[in-house]
Design a protein. Structure first.
Length: 476
């Protein structure tokens, strides 16, 4: 009998019931909640007269609607200027109080983006099933967890039953051989994978990222990689547990201690695919071939190395591709054959659940140190992923480096990743963004988003246009 994949092991250890129609009931260990997808779920509980099945399995934190401006933030929930945002955050507070759910509120030092807060508090642990009403829950798979986003009705279902109806997915292994070069990061790796397999390449699969380049990543880098599994079409991505994982988890507030740690560690060390495990599909990339990446269009798969040229309509193989490229070029205000480095920028955003951890802030500060943001950049903002990340960066003096260079140093939150708070991109503006999606209007109506790594974003802010961070220097 063939060995098991990591996904197989996690699935089987949480399987409650397998049904005749192919669906299954799986147990959920951790349910993360934020203010956008939970109001209807809590109302459903009220209407049905139900209580949460297991309160301590839930952890709530507002992130999408919270302001990142320090002055507005100082007023707490009441200080949020936008009435819809204020209502959503207040409703989360009210629901958590009414149903006795643990919440990290807006002005708690631990508050931040749910996908940053979960791992850093130890609320996310190896071997867990983790769900949240947010597609980028795939982030948590970096710890060797089975993690994916769910819809609002499923949020209610998990609150009420601690279980979820699912269909098992197929296994896809993405192996990256060799080591990434200097200045090439986990974000570049994620974009290169999406550029290779496309935004539908992972549809129907659970992706396991493996190979020397993946094993060499820090936990922050692994979270960036798994975060963008969803942009590759998969619901989840994961990395096997190793010493890097264990070192990251140990000592975190929600992590086990003493004898329980010893028991947990023994189990966690089994969370890897067996040597003879069979995958339904495998994709192999060579790390040394990957350069710093920049998206030029309106989909994450519209990505190229920084030294490339924007595609031409004429070079496309079929009418569908021609129309897709034509529409993207029109929306982005670019022309085929234009050098990526000739794209002028208006704003720079360093943050989001993809790239707002301490490693990302350090990467940006290395590039910014001793330099100044270009005059044509209207705004260059750095938004830490949590209060803990912000405090750590300030202890290291990173905020001073960034402020001296002309960057704004913001309070934690989702910020300009999506146009759901005060941080929005203006129509027609080009933004170098460390977020995960470059769809039309994602950062604001008419906004033009280019996805890059934190180092590339900082370098673009200094130059006023895209440059190869490896040439600018200052990278790790």
């Amino acid at each position: 009998m063939a060995g098991k994949t990591l996904y197989d092991k996690l699935w089987e250890s949480h399987l409650v019931e397998l049904r005749d129609d192919g669906t299954a009931l799986i147990y959920i260990d951790r349910h993360l909640i934020h203010e956008v997808t939970s109001p209807q779920a809590f109302e459903g509980l009220r209407l049905a007269g139900r209580q949460p099945w297991r309160r301590d399995a839930n952890l709530a934190v507002p992130d999408h609607n919270v302001p990142t401006d320090a002055e507005e933030r100082a007023g707490g929930v009441a200080g949020i200027l936008d009435p819809v945002s204020r209502l959503q955050v207040q409703t989360l507070d009210d629901n958590c109080e009414a149903f006795d759910i643990v919440e990290i509120p807006i002005n708690d030092i631990r508050q931040g983006i749910v996908h940053v807060v979960g791992p850093e508090t130890g609320a996310t642990l190896p071997g867990m099933t983790v769900v949240c009403g947010d597609s980028h829950t795939s982030t948590h798979g970096a710890l060797g967890a089975l993690a994916h986003g769910i819809g609002t009705s499923e949020v209610e279902h998990v609150l009420a039953t601690q279980c979820l109806i699912q269909r098992k997915m197929k296994n896809l292994r993405v192996r990256v051989d060799g080591r990434l070069g200097l200045g090439v990061t986990a974000k570049d790796l994620a974009l290169a994978i999406i550029g290779t397999i496309g935004t539908a390449g992972g549809t129907g699969y659970a992706i396991e990222f493996a190979g020397e380049a993946v094993q060499a990543l820090s936990m922050e880098g692994r979270m960036t990689l798994c975060n963008m599994s969803i942009e590759a079409g998969a619901r989840m991505g994961m990395v096997a547990v190793d010493q890097v994982t264990l070192d990251y988890v140990k000592g975190r507030p929600y992590a086990p201690t003493g004898a329980l740690w010893d028991q947990a560690e023994a189990y966690w060390r089994t969370l890897h695919s067996d040597v003879d495990a069979v995958f339904d599909r495998e994709v192999v990339l060579q790390a040394q071939d990957i350069k710093p990446q920049v998206t030029w269009g309106t989909s994450p798969e519209m990505v190229l190395p920084v030294d490339a040229m924007v595609p031409t309509i004429e070079a496309q193989a079929d009418e569908v591709s021609k129309n897709s490229v034509k529409r993207a070029l029109q929306y982005m205000g670019l022309h085929g054959g234009q050098a990526i480095t000739d794209i002028k920028l208006d704003r720079v955003f360093i943050g989001s659940c993809t790239n707002s951890r301490i490693e990302d802030i350090r990467e940006a500060a290395l590039v910014a140190k001793g330099r100044k943001v270009a005059a044509n950049i209207k705004q260059a903002m750095v938004v830490p992923g949590s209060g803990e990340v912000k405090a750590q960066a300030e202890r290291e003096g990173l905020h001073t480096i960034l402020l001296d260079a002309g960057f704004e140093w913001r309070e934690p939150g989702c910020s300009m990743c999506l146009a759901m708070n005060a941080d929005k991109l203006g129509s027609g503006e080009h933004c170098a963004s460390t977020s995960n999606r470059n769809f039309e209007g994602r950062q604001g109506i008419g906004g033009r988003t280019h996805l890059v790594s934190p180092g590339m974003a900082a370098a673009a802010a200094i130059a006023g246009h895209f440059v190869d961070v490896r040439e600018l220097g200052g990278h790790a």
